[in-house]
Design a protein around this ligand. Structure first.
Ligand code: SF4
Ligand code: SF4
Length: 466
């Protein structure tokens, strides 16, 4: 409460100033056009992948499965193990750099077309329009008192939203738990523990974010909106209202002569504001709330077509172009990002192709430093873990390198290891006692028995008496 003098009598009057602006629900108007079609294609492609991929099979198993308990990530023919997590880092760097590249090139392309918040909100809006009608009907319905008709419409919408959100949660968990088993356990009401928690959590988050919070997630929660300006410069593509051409704005008769009037091209129809999912007026300039969905571009183009003016009063352009300076969309920083992206991509792909198809762990037996055998030899014992990272059975052989006279007790071992399995065994290495003193390094060499290909070599210490 703040005392302020607003009276004629000079007596201070109290005025309540609220720091909290009550949220007004935004009912974006439906629009068709080039960019709207692009957004629909993007929504279908991305959500289609999200809902379909968990159901695809590959060689008798789920094609894409992030099996956390088994610590294996299956991506079609590729199986990634904890030892391959460097590739996850590679993927994250690649995604981060792509975001930098596309933002420098075309502003908030990610927000407008690919962000999960945008694509799911779009689907929730389609459901809302399908059940409650167009923008005007939805506004009337919201303002109308509760009636049987309103109750049926609102509860039908909520029901479809909840079913869709729940299915979204199931699909998400289906990337981590075999989806067939998950759906079966849900059908028999046997799902519990983490799968149930994450299904409800992800489904609930989808329902809350896309059904209720919508543009507020972009405005108050998303950090990207805040730091994007660091990636922008005056040659970044942005969606802008052409002030010079549009102002002074104002309504006019359709038949009026454009060359005779003192008005700009904006007919002040506010359609660009009505279609905006974040409820802003692009004519006030670039605002951080703008997610660059280009709905206002389509809207204004359709208005310009109707009044017979050229399109592009609201358009993709750059700040330099708006100011009348030459602009270069492809410039230094975009070339740097593109080069970095290409190099990192190629390095990662080459690394993936040549990644190790087996792994070997060597642990020295800590119970005894060494043992002297009846054959006058010094013996060290090692525990070996051989991991077959391929999904087919393989045979391996083990040899020694780097220590003269060293041999494996019982000769060269040959092991058969099933696909994706770990084989653990003890190996005794012996060296004639008169040829060795003190500590030495040796290498265990793992070879593919069928191809003879040397796969990897692991170093270990051999200890003999001083
Ligand atoms: S849609 Fe175009 S003409 Fe209509 S108010 Fe917006 S900028 Fe002006
Ligand atoms: S101002 Fe235009 S581009 Fe930005 S969010 Fe609104 S409709 Fe989308």
């Amino acid at each position: 409460m703040t005392p302020r003098d607003h009276s004629n009598s000079g007596q201070p009057q109290e005025e309540v100033i609220s720091f909290y602006a009550k949220h007004e629900k935004i009912h974006p108007r439906e629009i068709s056009g080039r960019f709207s079609r692009l957004r629909k294609i993007s929504v279908f492609a991305l959500l289609g992948l999200f809902y379909l991929v968990p159901w695809l099979s590959w060689e008798g198993r789920q094609a894409v499965l992030f099996d956390l308990p088994a610590r294996k990530f299956y991506i079609w023919g590729l199986v990634l193990w904890p030892q391959d997590f460097i590739f996850l880092t590679w993927l994250l760097i690649l995604l981060g750099l792509s975001l930098f590249f596309f933002t420098a090139l075309a502003g908030r392309l990610w927000c407008g077309y690919a962000c999960p918040q945008t694509v799911w909100t779009e689907v929730f809006l389609w459901i809302e329009r399908w059940i409650e009608g167009d923008r005007n009907k939805r506004i009337r319905l919201q303002k109308s008192p509760w009636s049987r008709g309103k109750l049926i419409k609102v509860s039908s919408k909520q029901f479809v939203w909840i079913v869709f959100s729940f299915w979204t949660g199931v699909s998400f968990v289906g990337f981590f738990v075999p989806i067939g088993t998950l759906v079966e356990s849900i059908a028999h009401a046997e799902v519990n523990g983490w799968p149930l928690f994450w299904t409800l959590f992800y489904g609930g988050a989808t329902y809350a974010n896309a059904g209720f919070m919508r543009e507020q997630v972009c405005q108050y929660m998303c950090p990207y909106a805040r730091f994007q300006s660091a990636m922008f410069d005056r040659d970044t593509l942005i969606i802008t209202y052409d002030q010079k051409r549009g102002e002074p704005r104002g309504a006019r008769a359709r038949s009026s002569d454009r060359s005779q009037q003192s008005l700009g091209d904006c007919v002040d129809c506010t359609v660009c504001v009505q279609v905006c999912p974040t409820g802003i007026d692009i004519r006030k300039g670039l605002q951080y709330e703008c997610i660059a969905c280009a709905a206002c571009v389509d809207a204004c183009d359709s208005v310009m077509d109707k009044v017979g003016y050229p399109r592009g009063l609201i358009r993709y352009t750059t700040q330099h172009a708006v100011d009348g300076h030459p602009t270069k969309v492809l410039r230094g920083r975009t070339y740097v990002y593109a080069t970095l992206l290409t190099v990192i991509f190629i390095v990662g792909v080459v690394g993936l192709i040549h990644r190790k198809t087996a792994d070997l762990d060597v642990i020295r037996d800590r119970n005894a430093l060494y043992r002297e055998t009846v054959h006058d030899e010094i013996e060290n014992v090692y525990l070996l873990r051989v991991l077959n990272k391929q999904m087919t059975p393989r045979a391996f052989t083990l040899t020694l390198e780097g220590l003269s006279g060293a041999h494996i007790d019982g000769g060269t071992p040959r092991w058969h290891v099933l696909g994706g399995e770990i084989y653990t065994t003890a190996v005794r290495v012996e060296v004639p006692s008169d040829t060795i003193h003190g500590g030495h390094t040796l290498r265990f060499v793992l070879t593919d028995a069928s191809t003879g290909q040397r796969l990897l070599a692991e170093k270990a210490r051999f200890i003999a008496p001083p």
